[in-house]
Design a protein around this ligand. Structure first.
Ligand SMILES: Cc1cc2nc3c(=O)[nH]c(=O)nc-3n(C[C@H](O)[C@H](O)[C@H](O)COP(=O)(O)OP(=O)(O)OC[C@H]3O[C@@H](n4cnc5c(N)ncnc54)[C@H](O)[C@@H]3O)c2cc1C
Length: 509
């Protein structure tokens, strides 16, 4: 390819390996593997096929690639030495946390090394007086709140929080149900220690807010492992609210439930969470969680308010009234902590419950202006009917962050391809109403081909300049995020068709 202006055709979703990642080890990496073993110890370098199986996919199971080696360093110094060795050998690498990402961000490259942070699980410092905690990247999201609780907590709460790592959260700028009120990961990271792609160790930010200089924290959070590896993370924590009140309101359709969401927000209420489940999701989640939800209703809205007792009470009454006014005739208020937990369990059961509908599904992740929810959901339903595939919707309604689950049976001829096309059409709907390609799951390999739909060539070139400033040799997670990776130093110019395109052998995304 001429500097990556062209990439080969869209990855075949089910063939396993995205088409424009390197095609296999092209040289002997034995000396590098020996060096990795020397750095971290024999038992923390996996090279056998059966050992690498665990690491060949992340949560986007449609892709799988075996790296040359998966290495599990036990300290920052070891990560640094591993990255230095890769740099010396000019071998690309991919950082991996828990591997729960849904966009293929931690998908290995087959002539590269996978650097796994699961051994780095120490909570390094808890400073409640300054509302800070400092952790290693392999610490799980829920372990942070557990470490600082019960008086304090760490708000970003991806549904995968019991397994996903803080390093992965930082790289994906992860969100969750409570981000409507509390904000995303980026609002909580105050400092990072990073190993850059040449092995240099740098610190950006720290405990303090608003550090001097360029906002490199802002650049790193959400950079999907393409700017370096986070080895230490300083996080802001907040006091646990005095109380939380939770309800589930049932509606006839997602359209009216969507109108209730807008009405709640317009009334000036800021719930901690507003989550919606559509008809299909209610059915599947109820069969799994047994919360007593009516399986014939069109939509369920889970609303949680938290804060000071009296304010919470007053605002909760407002929300109840709005839900009734918008057409809900069945509103259930959590009587106690056990019932609140059951409401949340039912919501969080939604993804795994899809196994009841079909053996496979794509989790789509787009974000739209909240007021466009009814319009977008109707269009998605039409597309699902046209494609003849069920699409269940469960999402962070307050943020307008949709998660359509496109269900299919991969063993049926052509169904996976139809599901992928439908998934892409859903993204187009999000963009057409003024939304974005991803709300919280990242671009990874999955969505990079769609990036030019949202960004113009000069915008993408600006992203690439930043990436090259951090990683001039292109060793950190190459082949991800950017649709048409070009070599660092290449001067972007007007687009010229590549000979392979002209010959009809490759296409430009
Ligand atoms: C059932 C389920 C529910 C989910 N719900 C949510 C949700 O509600 N909200 C949400 O936002 N996401 C959700 N996710 C997606 C996923 O859990 C998040 O993206 C999470 O942050 C990934 O963390 P991880 O440790 O698994 O990262 P991985 O999948 O291992 O890696 C993700 C990315 O981070 C990079 N990376 C990992 N560690 C580092 C590091 N130390 N330094 C630099 N880069 C690094 C990788 O290279 C990759 O690009 C869900 C996933 C599942 C399976």
């Amino acid at each position: 390819m001429d500097g990556g202006q062209v990439s080969t055709a869209a990855p075949e979703a089910h063939a396993g390996e995205p088409a424009d990642l390197p095609a296999g080890p092209t040289r002997d990496l034995g000396p590098l593997v020996a060096e990795l073993r020397r750095i971290v110890g024999e038992k923390w370098v996996y090279t056998q096929e059966h050992q690498l199986r665990t690491y060949e996919s992340d949560g986007l199971l449609q892709y799988h690639v075996s790296p040359v080696a998966a290495v599990l360093p036990g300290s920052t110094e070891e990560i640094q030495a591993v990255v230095r060795a890769c740099h010396a050998a000019q071998v690309p690498w991919v950082a991996r946390g828990a591997g729960s990402g849904l966009s293929g961000g931690a998908l290995p490259i087959d002539d590269g090394v996978l650097i796994v942070s699961t051994r780095l699980k120490r909570i390094l410092d808890i400073d409640l007086a300054n509302l800070r905690v400092c952790v290693e990247p392999g610490v799980t999201n829920s372990a942070v709140s557990a470490a600082v609780g019960p008086g304090f907590f760490y708000p970003p709460d991806p549904s995968s929080q019991i397994v996903c790592s803080i390093g992965g959260n930082v790289a994906e700028n992860s969100g969750g149900a409570h981000c409507f009120k509390y904000g995303f990961t980026t609002n909580y990271v105050t400092g990072l220690e990073l190993v850059l792609s040449d092995g240099e160790l740098v610190q950006v930010g720290g405990k303090e807010l608003d550090p001097a200089g360029y906002d490199l924290l802002g650049a790193f959070v959400g950079s999907e492992g393409t700017l370096g590896i986070a080895t230490k993370v300083w996080l802001r924590i907040v006091p646990t609210p005095e109380t939380a009140k939770t309800l589930v309101a049932f509606f006839d359709s997602t359209r009216v439930a969507g109108e209730a969401v807008s009405a709640i927000v317009q009334a000036g209420v800021v719930p901690a969470a507003i989550e919606m489940m559509d008809h299909l999701t209610i059915q599947c989640a109820e069969d799994m969680a047994h919360a007593g939800y009516p399986k014939d209703r069109g939509a369920a809205l889970l609303v949680e308010l938290d804060g000071a007792e009296r304010e919470c009470e007053a605002r909760f009454e407002e929300v109840l009234a709005i839900c009734e006014r918008c057409g809900s005739d069945d509103i259930r208020v959590a009587k106690d902590e056990a019932q609140r937990a059951l409401f949340w369990k039912t919501r969080k059961a939604a993804f795994p419950a899809m196994g009841r509908l079909a053996p496979n599904y794509f989790v789509q992740d787009g974000v739209i202006p909240r007021t466009k929810l009814p319009e977008a959901l109707e269009r998605i339903e039409e597309l699902a009917q046209e494609a003849g595939l069920p699409v269940a919707n469960v999402f962070h309604a307050g943020d307008g962050n949709l998660h359509p689950l496109v269900c299919y049976d991969g063993s049926k001829e052509g169904e996976a391809e139809r599901a992928e096309e439908l998934s892409a059409a859903i993204l187009d709907v999000c963009l057409s109403v003024g939304g974005s390609l991803t709300g919280e799951h990242g671009v990874g390999v999955d969505k990079k081909k769609h990036m030019p739909k949202q960004f113009a060539e000069p915008d993408l070139a600006a992203f690439q300049k930043l990436r090259c400033a951090f990683d001039p040799d292109g060793l950190a997670n190459p082949g991800k995020v950017m649709p048409t990776p070009r070599l660092c130093g290449e001067v972007p110019g007007p687009y010229r068709r590549h000979p392979l395109e002209i010959a009809g052998l490759a296409e430009r995304f």
